[in-house]
Design a protein around this ligand. Structure first.
Ligand SMILES: Nc1ncnc2c1ncn2[C@@H]1O[C@H](COP(=O)(O)OP(=O)(O)O)[C@@H](O)[C@H]1O
Ligand SMILES: [Mg+2]
Length: 500
């Protein structure tokens, strides 16, 4: 295929495949076409009409037959028809509707929807690589590669990584479709350009990732108990919100706790409050005793500020795999608050204090941490980041296999989306309702995606794009457990030891 750019900016196609023609009534943003061959969903097409040079994408694809119609009732008739239709004779027709993504303007990669629809009879061509590359493989330091166009595997897709930090990102799909792989890929790309990511790793699946020339910094989720407020401590001890007297006893003790021997002093103080608060103080004391072993895993009064444990320019992994969801909620929320606070100081002090540069935070299992139906500590903290993060360069990536469980306010604030396969109708409708860029026709395409295939929407791409995401080979775990392989190894070890 050779494509030349002529003087007036039009693309003179020498050998571009003519796919079909516009028929019937068209609109500026959509048209129906009749094609010479079956159309693939997501395939890119190109049309020139008036002064526009428009890129389009196949939205629906229909194959029908004028001969084998649905009023036939006897399969024998169909058998006879198939046999008698001579070779080469047209037995099928191919029609489809195409979405007009926009016209290409001068040398810019920006597309704009022409105000005039393509007239019937407009020739529809296969989109030239040069046009696709201009729209999807943008150069410049803001852009990083995440994969290739699903329907044109030799066209790179590059996304504007700056937009993730300024407008956040949601990665939504069923389990096993490639969400965590995309997280690993984005973290890797950010690290390659010197940026910082912090992943809250609920399943402990990122710690083993080893990337060449990239530092991965695995952090145990420790908090200094002296830096927790009453709310945070009550959460860890499972003290209900309405247990006012318990909270009062706890507050008095936290206020006078001193620098060392946190648990010993706390218990002693609560003991001393039994006189004043009766069973309430006793209940708190019981909680401390019951949870102590557990809490020692995440509370440590010798730990310095969590902000100091972040390595800038690295992939930081906060390993939450050993702790309970409630505790993880307290930890994540604490980190989010501290990071936002330290970034504000970083901005106001021009980098001399706090965190000096922007960063990206990733929350996996976001439906558990930022749920629609209940209040969690992380939800409050995430709301602040979604609201204020833009000003201070704190980007939030939320990842979920259960979008319908996500808080709608946070969901609707995400300026960028990567949606992989979703088949559950409730999830589909929920994202269509709360995520502005997801329309009904996009929803209908989601079940047709395979593992690693993502629809990218929002400001980080110039037009909605279906992408084959690059696989990060260095991230091994997280896939399904190969039970049979485990059993086989056990079986051979046993049979060998028995000399069988
Ligand atoms: N872009 C991709 N290309 C090829 N295979 C992929 C891709 N993304 C994921 N996979 C495969 O699917 C498995 C599950 O992916 P993962 O990212 O853990 O899914 P999720 O986080 O959505 O549950 C991976 O172990 C990998 O084998
Ligand atoms: Mg995952």
């Amino acid at each position: 295929m050779s494509v030349l750019q002529t003087g007036n900016g039009k693309i003179l196609n020498l050998q571009l495949e003519v796919v079909g023609y516009v028929v019937g009534e068209s609109k500026p943003y959509r048209a129906d076409i009749i094609a010479f061959r079956p159309l693939a969903i997501g395939e890119y097409l190109y049309m020139e009409y008036y002064d526009y040079r428009a890129l389009a994408m196949v939205g629906t694809s229909i194959t029908g037959s004028p001969v084998i119609t649905d009023d036939l009732t006897d399969p024998k008739d169909i058998e006879r028809l198939i046999k008698t239709v001579r070779y080469g004779e047209r037995m099928y027709y191919y029609r489809g509707s195409i979405k007009i993504l926009g016209s290409i303007d001068g040398s810019s990669s920006k597309l704009y929807i022409p105000p005039i629809p393509p007239p019937p009879g407009t020739e529809v061509l296969k989109a030239p690589k040069s046009v696709l590359a201009r729209v999807f493989s943008q150069d410049g330091r803001n852009y990083v590669r995440v994969g290739t166009l699903l329907r044109e595997l030799d066209v790179e897709v590059r996304v504007n990584i700056n937009k993730i930090v300024s407008r956040h990102l949601g990665i939504l799909a069923m389990t096993g479709m490639g969400k965590s792989n995309l997280v690993a890929l984005i973290a890797k790309k950010i690290a390659e350009i010197g940026g910082t990511t912090i992943i809250f790793d609920y399943h402990g699946e990122y710690s083993s990732m080893r990337l060449q020339n990239i530092v991965t910094n695995v952090v145990k989720p420790k908090i200094n108990p002296l830096s927790l407020d009453l709310e945070g401590m009550s959460r860890l001890l499972n003290i209900p919100k309405n247990a006012t007297r318990q909270r009062m006893a706890l507050r008095e003790c936290l206020e006078n706790i001193g620098e060392s021997d946190f648990f010993t002093k706390l218990k002693k103080c609560l003991q001393g409050r039994v006189g004043r608060y009766g069973t309430s103080a006793q209940k708190v004391l019981d909680s401390v005793t019951v949870y102590e072993g557990f809490l020692r895993r995440i509370l440590d009064e010798k730990i310095e500020d969590v902000v100091n444990t972040i390595v800038l320019g690295a992939i930081n992994i906060v390993d939450l795999s050993d702790i309970h969801l409630n505790q993880a909620d307290a930890v994540v929320s604490y980190w989010l608050d501290r990071i936002l606070e330290a970034r504000k100081i970083g901005v106001w002090s021009r980098g001399s204090r706090g965190i000096p540069s922007p960063l990206t935070l990733v929350i996996e299992e976001a439906h558990a941490f930022i749920p629609a139906d209940i209040e969690t500590a992380t939800k409050k903290s995430a709301e602040s980041i979604v609201r204020e993060g833009r000003k201070f360069g704190v980007g939030l990536i939320i990842v979920s296999q259960r979008p319908r469980g996500l808080d709608p306010t946070v969901l609707s604030q995400l300026g960028n989306l990567a949606v992989l396969r979703i088949v559950h109708p409730e999830d589909q409708q929920y994202v269509a309702r709360h995520c502005e860029p997801i329309t009904q026709d996009i929803v209908e395409e989601l079940p047709g995606l395979n593992t690693g295939e993502a629809m990218l929407l929002g400001e980080w791409v110039s037009v909605p794009t279906i992408v084959k995401i690059d696989l990060v080979k260095e991230k091994l775990s997280g896939g399904d457990v190969d039970a049979v392989a485990h059993w086989n190894r056990l079986y051979s070890a046993r049979t060998e030891s028995l000399g069988m």
